[in-house]
Design a protein around this ligand. Structure first.
Ligand SMILES: Nc1nc2c(c(=O)[nH]1)N[C@H]1C(S)=C(S)[C@@H](COP(=O)(O)OP(=O)(O)OC[C@H]3O[C@@H](n4cnc5c(=O)[nH]c(N)nc54)[C@H](O)[C@@H]3O)O[C@H]1N2
Ligand SMILES: Nc1nc2c(c(=O)[nH]1)N[C@H]1C(S)=C(S)[C@@H](COP(=O)(O)OP(=O)(O)OC[C@H]3O[C@@H](n4cnc5c(=O)[nH]c(N)nc54)[C@H](O)[C@@H]3O)O[C@H]1N2
Ligand code: SF4
Ligand SMILES: [Mo]
Length: 813
């Protein structure tokens, strides 16, 4: 950091002070502004400020990018932005430095034997196009697949959806949104008929009760947590319930922390529902007019008295009663749900029970009342809206012929060109088809599956297979690009223009601030080039993607959303520029956007409108159109109950502990960006695992000792940090792969070596949070381990620990 950088920072150190100073405010007050910025040059040397938003989580904080001499030199939060009121967290302030990292991909690469050689764009794109044409000729469209991101821009996803579904005619297009918020999407569809976040961040300002389920918001959406903290530290403090097996920074602030056993969400939520119903803390008028299914829900919940749930979940019955009492007596409830539900056992069934809690209380569509089936990645919402994630664009229903026809008309293609004989293929199924050889061409964009997918040994073998032609578009060399046949260098955020939508439906236009390095190109331009070279045309022989700029694609997309639940037909670039960011729906009737959905308590469940006919929550069986129409809920929300089932992989004598995986505040996923941002990398330089002191002492493990965590599929070796998880649970961050390890072929650092190929029956989201493992000590801190620096947040700062691997000591029972 330069001296100038120090002098110009209007905020304290966001590494030590993750959430910054408190600016408390009371209920119905306005969240005070706070101007956060970080510059590496003196402020008066900034030549231009380019409006954008932070793309390092789903909060989508509004910011401006500072540019000097054609380089990004810093960022400042926009005080007038409705999302962050000027604040930025650690990743937002420091993460942009990765853009200028010297090891960016600046040229396409093509495989020659075992190595990747630099080539020009002509050579690279010809290779991609020639192989596409060969595969199409020899195996047909079902041999072609695309695996995209939750981190590109809406325009890029829409181009991909049009190429895959309208151009090639393959159902095999999905996003890493499948690993991220497929369950958010499906929980919303199952309850309300359509995707789309019902609530608004203004509800945080107005609520009196917060229920956070499997959501460590303090570390994963730090600016949203600042908003919550400012309420929690202000007058009329809302009451806070946190359901999480670990004592996270979020849980530390809770009135009631339910540290449940991983995988038992449905049991705990059913018990809460049972308490609410049996105490008559329910809104009978709302239930009668606006929902279907209450008697079934009540009947099922009655089978979950708190004592039974306490037993299953490993928490006290009193704590459960207390939590229910808080929810039952509050007048304005905001619930949030994230990966502790979506990536745990019975993901969709559990997420829907949180919807049910808000519904039985009648607390939705009113100020201060909402449920956030949270997003994670910055643009995952757009993957879902544009149809790049295993749904059709604009929340159209693949089983509804009129919907598919509407899409075919918009694209001017034959309706049979758009695959709709079954649901679009989900990612885990795509990889299965690659494994068995029926998919021969896979194009991966903006995701690093060789670290982020479960059971990495299997993934490496699938991606590395000679039979599969693998194209990877990325900004950096990664564990996945290393397996590719062709690597395409991509422009990143700040180097291209496009829109993205945050977790409360706020859309920002992110401007191009600087040119991409070397020959790197935006994904949008790469996709247009591919479409032209492939010769995709519409029914009249005109180019299928008749666009030149991202704005053209955006205009086509928003036109398609007209009268759909995600209607953004009036949300032009011009309006986005003028407003600095608006919430959809944004239409001629609501030109300034819409704060919260369902204020009239009419839900998009009608058979003609809904995005899907829904599923059985436990088996995942798809409902059919005829049966749905026969009981058309016609605007009423569904209350869908579900029984608790134990996790599929049991803990037993050999694997007695539960591994759960997740995040630290300082890193973003597989660290391609945050490891290249000096402050963030320094704050959390290497892998660790967190243990409960009782489990550690039983295994003879002290803080800092090197331990091995082994599952039925693989192992990892890392120093132990004590504290955090409940007894019986081990926590490992999933950020650390192999690109910055001395020996990249030594595979015992990534958490996903241990996880299992398994997914939720409804959302098809992989299960990352309930792996059965055992623990062994490898070496003492003093001998083979490393000194561990424990911060307030339980993190450790330690040098290269995974390269040491002494002989395992006696295994623990
Ligand atoms: N710093 C940082 N922020 C991020 C990201 C990042 O990589 N780094 N990624 C972004 C993305 S894409 C996402 S999806 C979000 C994820 O954000 P979160 O969901 O908040 O993060 P996780 O750490 O994956 O999981 C949350 C919590 O679930 C708990 N948990 C585990 N098993 C269970 C269970 O069975 N039941 C319950 N109730 N809880 C359980 C874990 O202990 C953990 O504290 O974060 C976003 N923000
Ligand atoms: N065990 C375990 N595994 C998990 C999770 C967990 O909690 N536990 N969480 C899951 C979740 S929620 C998520 S979201 C995933 C995240 O998993 P990934 O998506 O695989 O992780 P990232 O590191 O964000 O990968 C994004 C890639 O895109 C590149 N990139 C960045 N910007 C651009 C761009 O504009 N264009 C292109 N073409 N490339 C770009 C980056 O360099 C990076 O390589 O991991 C999942 N895996
Ligand atoms: S909360 Fe999320 S969007 Fe906001 S600054 Fe932090 S990483 Fe960026
Ligand atoms: Mo995610």
């Amino acid at each position: 950091m330069t001296t100038a950088g120090r002098k110009d920072r209007a905020v304290a150190d966001r590494i030590a002070e993750v959430w910054g100073e408190r600016t408390p405010f009371g209920r119905e007050g306005r969240w005070p502004r706070r101007a956060d910025r970080y510059l590496t040059v003196p402020g008066d040397q900034v030549e231009r400020w380019v409006p954008s938003a932070c793309a390092l989580c789903s909060n989508g904080c509004g910011l401006d990018i500072a540019v000097t001499g054609g380089r990004i030199v810093g960022v400042r939060g926009r005080e007038e932005d409705r999302v962050n009121h000027g604040r930025l967290g650690p990743k937002g302030l420091y993460g942009w430095q990765a853009n200028h990292s010297t090891d960016r991909l600046t040229q396409p690469l093509a495989r020659v034997g075992r190595t990747l050689q630099p080539v020009d764009w002509e050579t690279a794109m010809s290779a991609v196009v020639n192989r596409s044409k060969e595969v199409l000729a020899s195996h047909g469209p079902l041999a072609m697949a695309f695996y995209t991101s939750g981190q590109l821009f809406a325009e890029e996803y829409y181009a991909q959806a049009l190429i895959a579904r309208g151009g090639i005619g393959t159902p095999h297009l999905d996003g890493n949104t499948r690993l991220c918020t497929a369950t958010a999407e499906w929980a919303l569809i199952e309850s309300f008929g359509s995707d789309g976040a019902p609530g608004s961040y203004t509800d945080i300002d107005l609520c009196d009760t917060l229920l956070l389920v499997g959501h460590n918001v303090a570390e994963t959406q730090t600016v949203l947590w600042s908003r919550m903290l400012d309420r929690l530290h202000g007058p009329d403090r809302p009451r806070l319930i946190v359901i999480d097996p670990r004592l996270t920074p979020t849980a530390r602030e809770a009135d009631v922390h339910l540290a449940i056993r991983p995988g038992t969400n449905v049991a705990v939520l059913n018990a809460l529902l049972h308490e609410l119903i049996s105490n008559d803390w329910v809104d009978r008028a709302f239930l009668g007019e606006h929902t279907v299914g209450f008697s079934d829900l009540a009947r099922l919940a009655a089978q979950y008295p708190v004592e039974k749930a306490a037993d299953i979940c490993g928490v006290s019955a009193d704590a459960l009663r207390q939590a229910a009492q808080i929810i039952g007596s509050g007048q304005a409830l905001v619930s949030t749900v994230l990966q502790g539900v979506y990536q745990s056992h019975q993901a969709s069934a559990a997420a829907v029970q949180v919807n049910n809690i808000n519904l039985v209380r009648g607390m939705i569509g009113r100020p201060g009342c909402s449920v956030f089936q949270m997003n994670g990645q910055p643009t995952a919402e757009n993957t879902r809206e544009t149809g790049a994630d295993g749904t059709l664009p604009a929340y159209l229903n693949w089983q509804n012929d009129a919907h598919v026809q509407r899409l075919a008309d918009a694209w001017n293609v034959d309706v049979l060109q758009i695959p709709h004989w079954s649901p679009p293929t989900h990612a885990m199924e795509i990889f299965r088809h690659c494994e068995n050889g029926s998919i021969r061409f896979l194009w991966v964009t903006g995701t690093n599956p060789a670290v982020s997918l479960p059971e990495l040994r299997r993934i490496r073998s699938i991606y590395g297979s000679d039979r599969l032609f693998l194209v990877v578009s990325d900004a950096f060399p990664t564990e996945t690009t290393a397996l590719a046949d062709v690597v395409l260098p991509a422009a990143m955020w700040g180097e291209k223009t496009g829109c993205f939508t945050n977790a409360d439906r706020t859309v920002h236009l992110s401007g191009k601030a600087v040119d991409p390095p070397g020959a790197a190109r935006s994904d949008f331009d790469i996709l247009l080039d591919y479409a032209r070279r492939m010769g995709f045309t519409d029914r009249d022989g005109r180019p299928l993607l008749p666009w030149n700029r991202p704005e053209d694609a955006w205009n086509a997309f928003i036109a398609l959303t007209k009268d759909r639940p995600c209607d953004q037909s009036a949300l032009t670039y011009e309006k986005l520029r003028d407003s600095g960011g608006l919430q959809w729906p944004c239409t001629d009737r609501a030109p300034d956007g819409t704060d919260r959905l369902y204020t009239d308590h009419h839900f998009p469940t009608g058979a003609d409108q809904c995005e899907d006919y829904g599923h059985d929550l436990v088996s995942g069986a798809q409902n059919e159109e005829d049966e749905y129409r026969a009981h058309d809920p016609d605007g009423r929300a569904f209350l869908k109950p579900a029984h608790y089932l134990p996790p599929h992989e049991p803990v037993d004598h050999n694997y007695p502990l539960r591994l759960t995986t997740g995040r630290t505040v300082y890193h973003w996923h597989t660290r391609t960006k945050t490891a290249r941002s000096p402050q963030l990398q320094e704050a959390a330089p290497d892998m660790w695992v967190e243990l409960h002191p009782e489990d550690a002492s039983r295994a003879g493990i002290n803080e800092g000792d090197l331990v091995r965590v082994t599952s039925r599929r693989g192992d990892l070796v890392a120093p132990a940090v004590l504290g955090g998880p409940r007894p019986g649970v081990v926590f490992a961050p999933f950020h650390y792969g192999y690109f910055d390890q001395a020996d990249p072929d030594r595979h015992n650092r990534a958490a996903n070596e241990l996880t299992r190929t398994e997914w939720d029956p409804v959302s098809k989201q992989p299960v990352y949070k309930v792996t059965a493992v055992r623990l062994t000590k490898v070496a003492d801190a003093a001998t083979g381990g490393r000194p561990v620096v424990i911060t307030e947040r339980g993190l450790s700062a330690l040098p290269d620990a995974t390269t040491t691997d002494a002989a395992p000591l006696k295994e623990q029972p």
